[in-house]
Design a protein around this ligand. Structure first.
Ligand code: CDV
Length: 309
């Protein structure tokens, strides 16, 4: 049986603060229709795909903040995406700001889901590594307030059986951490879907601004190769509300090679036939965890980190 997932990385260009979800969903459906025409089984959209990247603004009014969050999924605005996907028989994943109320307490997460070809949500992931800061820092050209607006996900990385394979998810900053990929690989992930919003300008170390695209691919490619997995990295790109976001959405093979990459900073689809059996090229050989890994020696990896940076 073929274990090929024809995968589309559906990069989104900038989303204005004033752009309603309905219009973004129309853009997503347009990319989905292109993906279906190219035979895709799965189309992957970025982190926080339904709105502008709102953590760039400092806000105090909780109602203003909550307006960027989804209280249910699918909801009225997103339902047309689910409906069109069912008609086309295509699966998809995307990120959004999730607001849930449990025992009377509101929780806010930076979340991504995978939806199968039948329209069922088969996987949900809440971002574990939240970058940025919690209070207003006016010295920055723009804010990055993920630590203010979201709680970190407390559920471990996990995989779903979907599309004939084992699919995992991570979100943006997670992709820079080797633990993300290794946790997923140890849980048998064969493909990891990662949406991102990455500004070109890094206020704490602007001397690294010219390295943003390099660090993006470095992380995605290393994660794929060192764990023998497909990695699909998908950007929200372009100049969004005056802030430049990197593009270079890509599909990375388990060998670490980029096999498809976006060439614009706008809405763009790139497609590749991802054969999950290719994971074995790496996993049964150079990175056979069973044969070569030495977890008994790696005691510092899970010890609490109490040293100063
Ligand atoms: N959305 C993100 O997580 N962005 C971070 C930026 C702030 C560095 C990233 O790791 O790309």
């Amino acid at each position: 049986m073929s274990r090929v997932i024809v995968t589309g990385a559906a990069q989104l260009g900038p989303i204005a603060r004033s752009e309603p979800r309905e219009r973004v969903v129309v853009r997503m459906i347009s990319l989905m229709e292109k993906a279906a025409a190219r035979g895709c089984d799965l189309v992957v959209y970025p982190e926080l795909a339904l709105t502008t990247f709102f953590p760039r603004w400092y806000m105090e009014d909780q109602a203003e903040i909550d307006a960027f969050f989804e209280r249910s999924m699918p909801n009225v605005e997103v339902a047309p995406l689910f409906a069109r996907a069912r008609e086309l028989g295509i699966g998809f994943s995307f990120g959004y700001a999730e607001l849930i109320v449990e025992e009377g307490v509101a929780h806010h997460y930076n979340t991504a889901i995978v939806v199968d070809k039948a329209g069922e949500i088969v996987h949900r992931y809440r971002k574990i590594h939240l970058p940025g800061h919690t209070s207003h820092e006016p010295w920055r050209a723009f804010q990055h307030l993920e630590k203010r607006y979201f709680e970190p996900g407390m559920e471990p990385f996990s995989v779903a059986e979907a599309f004939g394979g084992k699919i995992g998810q991570a979100i943006c900053n997670d992709r820079r951490w080797p633990e993300t990929y290794r946790e997923l690989a140890l849980r048998d992930a064969e493909m990891v879907l990662i949406g991102y919003n990455t500004p070109v300008h890094y206020p704490q170390a602007p001397e690294h601004d010219h390295l943003q695209c390099f660090h993006n691919h470095l992380s995605l490619q290393a994660g794929a190769y060192q764990n023998g997995m497909w990695v699909v990295g998908v950007a929200k790109a372009g100049k969004e509300e005056g802030c430049d976001l990197i593009g270079q959405s890509c599909i990375v093979a388990p060998t670490g090679e980029i096999v498809a990459m976006a060439g614009t900073l706008g809405d763009e689809l790139v497609v590749h036939d991802c054969d999950l059996d290719r994971c074995t090229e790496i996993r049964a050989n150079i990175f056979s965890f069973k044969q070569h890994r030495r977890p008994e020696i790696y005691t510092a990896l899970t010890a609490p980190h109490d040293k100063e940076d």
